[in-house]
Design a protein around this ligand. Sequence first.
Ligand code: PLP
Length: 353
Amino acid sequence: MSRFWTDKIASLDPYVPGEQPQDKKYIKLNTNESPYSPSPKAIAAMQEMVGSDLRLYPDPNCTSLKKALATSYGLESNQVFVGNGSDEVLALAFMGYFSNGKPLAFADITYSFYKVYAQLYNIVPNIVPLTDSFDIDVNDYKDLDVSGVVVTNPNAPTGKALSLDKIKSVLQSNPDVVVLVDEAYVDFGADSAVSLVNQYPNLLVVQTLSKSRALAGIRVGYALGHKDLIDGLERLKNSFNSYPIDRIALAGATAAVEDAEYLREISDKTIATRLWAARELKALGFEVLGSSTNFVFVTHPEKQAESIYLALKEQGILVRYFGNKPRIGEYMRITIGTDEEMNALIEVLKALI
Ligand SMILES: *Cc1c(COP(=O)(O)O)cnc(C)c1O
């Protein structure tokens, strides 16, 4: 607390990221990072950039990256917006599209940053509870009086995916406001709403290079949507920071997006590991929700989540535990690591349970 703080600063309740402890080397299964290296082509492009013109500002329009993304998704470059991580893209979208006085609809159990942005921009949340099985019921998104809707697909931390038909239903029920679909994990097995962008001018799809493309360290995310929605985000961005993507990140991200084959290869590996790890966890008595992501959301009917989380931490394995959060306090979210890492997890759990 400082006497210089405005009421605004004092009122905030900032997002708390997963632990990134520096005290010893952990098997990190707590922040949904990829266990694999980024595309070798992305690494080479970044190395080359380090040796070149870093005295110059980067391209403020991120032309090469927008072109690569547009090509990869069958869109035009003016349907692509790029930001410093999808967190920044989300922050700008919230600021631009959801602050017109009406509340913003999103689920009770979802990415916890949404309510932080809502608070930052004085947007009142219209919380729509998931069903008892942690599913989104699209009927709950009809007849809302809101400034917008955010759907996370697949959802986090549950890992559950919605079909495209259900996404369409949400879009059709809310034609006069922006429906933002956060697809941070879509490459791990859900259907992307990108195919609907040319049909629905109110659709904004947000994705990231942090998860499936193994580039959380360079902070690049993007939005895909109607060119007028994208133009709105550009206006905001250029009223705040014209250069959120540095030259190294731009070079690496462009090469990573162009390397679709590598994305498929490491995503498929993660999916295969998820399938056997889920089986092993079930064999140990865990309930494992059906996941279309690079994590599993689990609970054990006999063991307290907190005690498992703490015992794992002591053994050098970090998972995400949701402590005092309503409805999910007995759950853990476990990122899918390499086969070896998941083996190590299963062995420790066997001893524990
Ligand atoms: C990880 C994550 C993000 C943020 O990704 P960055 O691009 O690293 O900022 C956004 N939404 C969801 C649901 C996520 O899990």
